[in-house]
Design a protein around this ligand. Structure first.
Ligand SMILES: O=C(O)/C=C(\CC(=O)C(=O)O)C(=O)O
Length: 289
């Protein structure tokens, strides 16, 4: 792996939709800068630098107030780059860490101090070498008060993960709705299975995010809008939204961030839904204290 990739749009358009004051971009990442924060030896992609300056400039350009920065797999379990970005945000960012499950309570407390409010378990084989459920469960029982677990998986392993998710003793947040095939429509098998998961406990949240990853029909991602709007309407207290910038691995199909923001009113058409999705729900998870 030698070539560093650029997975984000060089010149995103200004969205037509104006996010309400206080809106949170609750799923984004930073890459490096590599000279200061080298990538993991196990990284499956080697991106160009996409550090906090670029992230915060995009936040302001798109009209958001705050960020939740999710540790990306290219940084492994060294959360320094994400913590650095949070520290530079003037209180406008919090984060989700990826940890070695053997992490000590003292180290977890340090992550809390640095603005982390959850840990992420990634089950995508193309991104991580292993995902030990027993160790994940063990650490999920030792998290600081108020933390949650973010899980990233693809629809084909949802059923297999059900007992594992049932056993996690803190709230869950599911990245990109567990990557359903949105072209099946709002009542397709993948969406039905995801609804069954949401119905299984009241504290499972989700991100109705990444039309660019989930909708092969392409921008303007009509299949995504059609499949996801009913989910947001029916579970409006349980969804949070994010750009996914700098769009890891999307170098062959970089989405226009302005167009991603313009998906918001299509999946959350009322002011009340937009307030829950962009303000109330992410603040409850990340700025409760
Ligand atoms: O950024 C995302 O949510 C999705 C990713 C990357 C990722 O999760 C990671 O690198 O940790 C993907 O599907 O490649």
């Amino acid at each position: 792996m030698t070539d560093r990739i650029v997975s984000w749009h060089p010149n995103p358009s200004k969205p037509k939709f104006t996010p309400p004051p206080g809106a949170v971009d609750a799923h984004c990442h930073v890459f490096g800068p590599m000279a200061q924060f080298p990538f993991s030896a196990k990284a499956k992609y080697l991106p160009e630098d996409a550090g906090p300056d670029k992230l915060f400039a995009l936040r302001d350009y798109l009209g958001f107030s705050k960020n939740v920065i999710v540790q990306a797999s290219c940084h492994g379990t060294d959360n320094s780059a994400t913590l650095d970005a949070i520290a530079k945000s003037n209180g406008k960012a919090r984060g989700v860490a990826v940890v070695d499950p053997a992490i000590s309570e003292a180290e977890l407390a340090k992550l809390h101090e640095g603005g982390m409010r959850g840990i992420r378990f990634n089950f995508l084989k193309r991104l991580v070498d292993d995902a030990p459920k027993d160790k994940f469960l063990e650490v999920s029982r030792r998290l600081p008060k108020g933390w949650h677990v973010v899980i990233y998986f693809e629809a084909d392993i949802l059923e297999e993960l059900r007992p594992f998710m049932d056993a996690i003793p803190v709230p869950l947040v599911i990245d990109h709705m567990g990557r359903p095939d949105v072209t099946q429509g709002p009542d397709g098998a993948d969406m039905r299975a995801f609804r069954a998961l949401l119905d299984s406990r009241p504290d499972i949240h989700f991100k109705p995010t990444c039309p660019d990853r989930l909708d092969g029909t392409g921008d303007p991602w009509n299949a995504f809008a059609e499949a996801v709007a009913p989910l947001v309407a029916d579970y409006s207290d349980r969804c949070i939204w994010g750009t996914d910038w700098p769009h890891p691995n999307m170098q062959d199909n970089t989405p226009d961030d302005g167009h991603l923001v313009d998906m918001i009113p299509r999946i959350a058409p009322t002011v009340e839904l937009q307030r829950k999705l962009l303000i109330d729900n992410p603040n409850a998870l990340y700025w409760a204290d």
